[in-house]
Design a protein around this ligand. Sequence first.
Ligand SMILES: [Zn+2]
Length: 128
Amino acid sequence: MTNQTSQDDLPIGYGLRGRCPRCGEGQLFQGFLSLRPACEQCGLDYGFADAGDGPAVFVILIGGFIVVFAALIIEIVYQPPYWVHAVLWLPLILIVTLAPLRLVKGLLIALQYHHEAAEGRLASRSDM
Ligand SMILES: [Zn+2]
């Protein structure tokens, strides 16, 4: 059972745009990363949404790879003084971590909604 979406229309675009994963109209965020309590269009309760550390982990791993790889290449090829590294990589670290964080959080919440992912629970014997 899926939530009014089929396997063919994953709400990835809704998530990347920060929209409600069910209707695609309402806003998901009310601040930079904080969620609204519910969708103002369709009323979907965003209480299910818990991306946890997922967005930060993806952003750190991908952004870290980009910055470290670039710093290594620049150091090997040009061997600049250390202040050049500070001037180059500190702003790049901010760009590659803060810019995609909201996109990744929206995407993970949309996928969580689509796949009905939730915290694990123990099933009682009557459920079997
Ligand atoms: Zn909605």
